[in-house]
Write a protein that binds this ligand. Structure first.
Ligand code: SF4
Length: 346
C-alpha cells in the first residue's frame, strides 16, 4: 500500500540548543507556528492523498518531545482525532535522543504514535561535541533502545560531513543505527545554512563544506551498511522545497535536488566495480544486466557511471540489459551471447 506522510513542521520550538548546522526556520521554511492552523493543514493535505493510500501525520522539524507539554498534547490530540476518524493510520514524530524519557514514551504510547525518528546525527562523541549537539552517544544509545523497548518503530537519522567527522565514523554510526534495531534510517549530508554557527565556521575557513560528489560517495558508504543489514533508507538529503534550495537560505554544501539519486549512483558504481573484480572482468568489454527498476540508479545520471567505470577501471560496458525478472545485477563478458534481450538500452 502506498504510504504518504502529512508533514507538519514545528520550527525550533522549545529547543534551547544551537547545533552548529541548524537554522530550523530555513529547514522548515516557516517563520512562525500556530497550532490552530494544523487541523486545516492536515485537511488540505488529505485532499491530495489518494483514498487507497495509508496516510500518517508526521511532526517534523524541531524536537517534538521538547516543546511545551500542553502544546505537544494539543498537537497529539489533533492528530489523534484524524486517526480516530479513520482518516489517517498513525502518527510519526522526530525528536532528539535526550528529549525522551520513560515518562514521555509512556505519554506517546497513549496516542497512535507508530514511528519515532531520532536525530542521532553521529555516534561519535567527538563529532557531537564539535557540532555542539548537547547530548552524547551514550544518551543516543539509551534513547534508541528505549524507543524499541516501548514498542515503537525506530528511525535513525544520521548526517554526513559534520565538522570533525570522518567517513569511517559515519560508517560506524550507520552500523550502530542498525545494531540498535532501527527499522529505517535517513541520511542527511550536511548543508550549510546562512545564520548558523556552521556558516560562520565555513566563512572563516574552519569548515569545508562537502561537494555533491564527496557527499554522494560518503553517503553511499553509509547506505551500503544499511542495505547489507536490511535497514531501509527512507530518505537521502533534505526535501527540496523551493525555499530550501533558494540562494537566500543555503550558503554552501551538497544541496542538490537529486542528491538521493547521486548517492544511489555512487552506491551502484561500487557494487558493479566489486562484481567486475569478482568475476575477473575489469578492463574487459562487458554486458551489464540490471534489475529494471534500478536501471537509472545503476547507470547513473546521464550514464555517468558508464564513463566512470571506463575511466577508473578500463572496463567498457558495451551493452546494458534492464531485466524485469531479477533483483540481481550480473556482468558477462561481451562474447557471452546467450542473454535475453528484453530491453537492450545501449
Ligand atoms: S536540537 Fe534540533 S532544533 Fe534544536 S538546534 Fe539542534 S537541530 Fe536545531
Amino acid at each position: 500500500m502506498q504510504h504518504c506522510n502529512i508533514p507538519i513542521f514545528i520550527p525550533h520550538m522549545g529547543c534551547p540548543n544551537q547545533c552548529v548546522f541548524c537554522n530550523q526556520r530555513s529547514i522548515s521554511g516557516r517563520k512562525s507556528f500556530d497550532v490552530r492552523t494544523v487541523r486545516e493543514e492536515i485537511e488540505r493535505a488529505l485532499q491530495t492523498i489518494p483514498a487507497e493510500a495509508e496516510a500518517e501525520i508526521a511532526f517534523f522539524g524541531g524536537s517534538f518531545t521538547g516543546i511545551d507539554r500542553d502544546l505537544m498534547i494539543s498537537l497529539l490530540r489533533t492528530a489523534q482525532d484524524f486517526v480516530d476518524a479513520g482518516r489517517v493510520s498513525s502518527i510519526r514524530l522526530s525528536t532528539r535522543p535526550d528529549y525522551l524519557s520513560e515518562e514521555i514514551l509512556g505519554l506517546l504510547s497513549r496516542y497512535s504514535v507508530r514511528h519515532i525518528e531520532l536525530g542521532l546525527q553521529s555516534m561519535s562523541d567527538r563529532v557531537l561535541a564539535a557540532c555542539r549537539r548537547g547530548h552524547t552517544a551514550k544518551q543516543a544509545r539509551w534513547a534508541c533502545r528505549a524507543v524499541k523497548a516501548a514498542g515503537f518503530s525506530l528511525v535513525g537519522q544520521m548526517m554526513i560531513g559534520l565538522p570533525e567527522s570522518t567517513p569511517e565514523e559515519e560508517e560506524a554510526t550507520a552500523r550502530e543505527i542498525c545494531a540498535l534495531g532501527a527499522d529505517a534510517a535517513r541520511i542527511y549530508p550536511t548543508v550549510v545554512f546562512y545564520d548558523t554557527p556552521l556558516c560562520a565556521l565555513a566563512q572563516a575557513g574552519d569548515y569545508t563544506p562537502l561537494s555533491c560528489e564527496e557527499a554522494a560517495k560518503r553517503s553511499a558508504r553509509a547506505l551500503r551498511i544499511l542495505c547489507e543489514r536490511g535497514v531501509p533508507c527512507i530518505r537521502i538529503g533534505l526535501c527540496a522545497s523551493e525555499e530550501l534550495v533558494s540562494t537566500e537560505t543555503v550558503y554552501a554544501g551538497p544541496n542538490h535536488p537529486a542528491l538521493g539519486e547521486l548517492v544511489w549512483n555512487a552506491y551502484y558504481f561500487d557494487e558493479v566495480r566489486t562484481l567486475l573484480a569478482r568475476e575477473k572482468l575489469l578492463g574487459r568489454r562487458v554486458i551489464l544486466s540490471v534489475p529494471e527498476k534500478a536501471y537509472s540508479k545503476v547507470i547513473g545520471q546521464h550514464r555517468a557511471n558508464l564513463s566512470r567505470w571506463y575511466a577508473e577501471t578500463g572496463t567498457e560496458i558495451c551493452r546494458v540489459i534492464a531485466d524485469k525478472k531479477t533483483n540481481e545485477i550480473r556482468v558477462f563478458p561481451e562474447e557471452y551471447r546467450n542473454l535475453k534481450e528484453e530491453q537492450p538500452c545501449i
